[in-house]
Design a protein around this ligand. Structure first.
Ligand SMILES: Cc1ncc(C[n+]2csc(CCOP(=O)(O)OP(=O)(O)O)c2C)c(N)n1
Ligand code: SF4
Ligand SMILES: [Mg+2]
Length: 302
């Protein structure tokens, strides 16, 4: 979907739902410098959600949607879990896959879009829980990375199966006791960021979603690198406040605690050599663009 295509024909305008009119007129589609700062001032691509009040997944969704560089031409692929409760409210094309199949679906989709729309940038972004990414979907996740499929995989890591009441996941911490895992986890949290790197991802980040500017940066990097070079992976801590017994105001502090230097969500990043070159090129171009804009503004004000 391009910006032109989502314009409403004038004779149909008044019969379109108000939410759709609002989206077409006030969303940040087509704005090159869109980002987290648009949240609250422009039409957001998510306004309601059916997650628990205060669930950090809702913040994560907002930051990610605000940071997509090309939302009109992005398709997100979701999987069953708490994340899938949000997709029906999102103003971006999205597909729900069978639990665990998300990276297989995304592979076919990305290839099909490339053939169907040659010369047009079409981004595919997988967004799924840890159960979908590392347990039931691990084969699909890894095979997509081995094949160097050009899309981004984002895992909302809440360290358990939240949507089905709290079963153990591969990304759960050792020793953690959940409602449906009463004897405590017996083995260490799977090191998926390291596995992603070994499996061919060109950009891997492990962090929390406590800082919107950081999320904007890593989402943009991940998408640009996936577009040009190959698979990218973001593992974002979005604690299940319901399962760890926190109230709706405590999710942010939980993330801040978990990102301290010795903790499991301390910021970690890997960038392959070709990806580093691409980021350097893009940074230089962005600098040029901003300088040109400044010059133009100065000219207008003179
Ligand atoms: C093929 C299949 N197996 C199992 C399920 C049941 N199921 C639904 S959600 C879920 C767990 C989701 O956990 P996760 O991916 O971590 O997402 P979260 O709910 O924690 O965000 C499971 C096992 C299913 N819907 N489909
Ligand atoms: S169960 Fe947990 S992860 Fe799911 S919506 Fe509620 S707080 Fe969020
Ligand atoms: Mg989970």
């Amino acid at each position: 979907m391009s910006l032109e295509r989502i314009k409403i024909a004038p004779e149909m305008f008044d019969i379109m739902p108000p939410e759709y009119q609002d989206l077409v007129q006030k969303a940040t589609y087509g704005n090159e410098s869109r980002g987290w700062k648009d949240i609250g001032t422009s039409k957001e691509l998510i306004e309601e959600h059916s997650l628990c009040a205060g669930c950090p997944e809702s913040m994560a969704f907002r930051y990610i949607l605000a940071s997509l560089p090309n939302p009109e031409d992005t398709v997100m692929v979701g999987s069953t879990g708490c994340t899938s409760l949000v997709f029906p409210h999102v103003g971006i094309h999205n597909i729900h896959s069978l639990f665990g199949n998300q990276n297989a679906i995304a592979s076919g989709l990305k290839r099909a879009l490339t053939v169907r729309f040659p010369g047009r940038v079409k981004d595919v972004v997988v967004l799924a829980g840890d159960g979908a990414t590392v347990d039931i979907g691990l084969d699909m996740t890894l095979q997509a990375w081995f094949r160097q499929e050009k899309f981004t995989t984002i895992c909302f890591d809440n360290e358990l199966y939240a949507n089905t009441g709290g079963q153990e996941s591969g990304l759960m911490q050792k020793g953690f006791v959940a409602k449906m895992a009463p004897i405590g986890k017996h083995f260490e949290k799977v090191r998926l960021p390291e596995i992603a790197r070994e499996s061919g991802c060109h950009y891997v980040v492990n962090c929390t979603v406590s800082k919107p500017n950081l999320i904007e940066k890593v989402v943009k990097n991940a998408i640009y690198i996936a577009r040009e070079i190959g698979p990218t992976y973001l593992q974002l801590y979005t604690p299940c406040i319901l399962e760890i017994g926190k109230n709706s105001m405590e999710g942010l502090q939980e993330m801040r605690d978990a990102e301290k230097p010795t903790e499991r969500f301390a910021y970690r990043e890997y960038i392959s050599e070709p990806a580093k070159e691409l980021i350097a090129e893009m940074t230089a171009k962005e600098k040029e663009r901003k300088a040109a804009l400044k010059k133009q503004l100065a000219g207008q004000n003179a």
